[in-house]
Design a protein around this ligand. Sequence first.
Ligand code: SAH
Length: 393
Amino acid sequence: MHNRKPPLRVKISARGASRLKSGHVWVYRSDVRSADNIPPGSVVAVADERGKPLGTALYSSSSQIAIRMISHEPVSDLPQLLRRRLANAVVYRERIVRDTNACRLTFSEADFLPGLIVDRYNDILSLQILTQAIDCNPVRETVISQLTQQLDCASIFERVDPRVRELESLPPRASGLLHGDKTATTFTMNRVQFQFDALEGQKTGAFLDQRENYAAAAQYAKGDALDVFCYQGGFALHLAPVCRRVTGVDSSRPALEVADKNAVLNRRDIEWIEGNAFDLLKDYASSHHRYDTIVVDPPAFAKTKRDLESALRGYKELNLRALKMLRPGGILITCSCSYHVSESDFREMLASAALDAHRTVRLLEVRGQAKDHPVLLNVPETAYLKCLVASVN
Ligand code: SAH
């Protein structure tokens, strides 16, 4: 599929060009100067206002992020480039991922594959397509053929987020199998087993980005443990071998049903409570429930920058209650997966909660997302997960 036609060209403003020079890979629509007659999802040559070439990008006709760079060089054969990028991403994981057969194989921009996420759950791959360029059929075929060639997988499942397709002006599409017919399997992280069912309608599968934090939490956890926002039991299952009693709380019944199956699979006795974490923590804190270990891992409260203040209030309320409920010498594991809440915002929030709760908090570890979700240093948006492990007196 060699593209011998002259490349489609997009000119960008000086501000867009300087963003690329700083190592970022996005150009916003407001910095696009000319993109006439460019079909959605095209591979484009990017140039500054004077026509100086800046590399090759994938173009979106509808996203605010109009340009996602894919190479500093001209690209004449996109399928070949994608194959190489995929192969490199998989080899990178082979080098840095330990103790699991589940990990993120490609993480979009962080692997120079903008708009493509591939997660591996043992022998099932779960694929998410986030941009027009990756959604087109030749690209899909290349991705599937490379993945099946390079990996020993039983099936490939596509997980569709309708909101993403709408933002990219892509026609609706159902989640489903792209290759093979296996839809359920079990996978292992840190010797803990988990069930995976692609058809179960769980939006994310599992939170693979917490894999290393599960292991870290288990190193400090003790006594009576509470896992708040437990989902399918990621933290709770890791705490169970080292704690006397473990309780997981989540508002999603389907998530707790899987959590319970996971507990059986690992022969662990864990109590699951379906409820609103805010209400439950309030009740428990005022009725003098006490714990030695508490995990707080809520969903992203700040979806946009504008939500920052209310998000921080939410985090503070939860962490304040958790701090009050910890016995002296207790362990708090507290997380935020909102990109818009920076690590320093999050630390300040916890510092302020510690003052209000009259507790002394010592940071044991400042952690982020697992290494298979790489952080590209010049693309701050690739770093989103914060996980603080602290000792509380
Ligand atoms: N700790 C989990 C991931 C948590 S994701 C893991 O490691 O796998 C966030 C979870 O919060 C989801 O399972 C969602 O169902 C739950 N949730 C969202 N709002 C909630 C609320 N108000 N009370 C309790 N659970 C909530």
